[in-house]
Design a protein around this ligand. Sequence first.
Ligand code: MD3
Ligand code: FE
Length: 213
Amino acid sequence: MNADLFAETSPAERLGPGTMLLHRFAESKAAALLNAIDQITAQAPFRHLVTPGGQRMSVAMSNCGALGWVSDRAGYRYQAIDPQSGLPWPPMPACFALLAHSAAEQAGFAGFAPDACLINRYTPGTRLSLHQDRDEHDYSAPIVSVSLGLPAVFLFGGLVRSDPVKHLTLQHGDVLVWGGPDRLRFHGVKPIGEGLHSLLGMQRINLTFRRAA
Ligand code: MD3
Ligand code: FE
C-alpha cells in the first residue's frame, strides 16, 4: 500500500497533542444538519456582528443552544438571549449534540456536552482573521468544529500570535476537535474561494460546539 496515499485518506489525522481532524465524519449527516440549520436561522437569522473595535465581521453568524456568542461595541461574550429578537436562542437539536459528543469521544474527549453552538456562514471572499477562542468559562472542555459546503483553507497557529501558521484544507463533512494543550491555539480562515457546492451552493457553513458556561 502507498503510505502517503493512506495518510491522506486516513479517517482520523492527528494535528497536535490535543487536535484531531476526522475526515468526512459528518458527511452522511449533512442533509439532517442543513435542515436543522434552516430551522434555527428562520428563528435567529444570520447577521454580521460588529467587533468591539467597530469593524463589521465578514462572517455571518447565528447560534443555538442555551448560550450564544455575540460581539458588539461592548465586547465579546456568551448570552442566553439573542439580542436581535430579545428571545432565547433556538434549542440545540439532538442531532447536533450527538454528533459533537461522538466526534469528541473519537478524538479522546469523553463526555463532551456542549451548551453553545456558533453557526458561521461564509461566501466567497469571507475570511476570519487569526484569533483565540477564550470567552468560555472552562478551557478543559474541547471545541468541535463541523465544516459544510465550500472548502476552506484553515490557519492553524500556535499559542502566541506570532508563532508560525500551518495551512490546512477543510472539506465538506470534515470535523475538527481540539482541546487540552491545543485549546488556546491561534486560528483563522483564509478568504473562501469561488465555487459551487452541490448541497450549499456558494456557501460554507461551520458549526463550532463549545462548553461556554
Ligand atoms: C482552534 N471558526 O468560530 S473552526 C470560530 O471555520 C472559528 O468558522 C472557524 O474559529 C470556522 O471561532 C474555524 C475552528 C478551529 C479549528 C481548529 C482549531 C479552531 C481551532 C485548532 C486549534 C485552535
Ligand atoms: Fe475560533
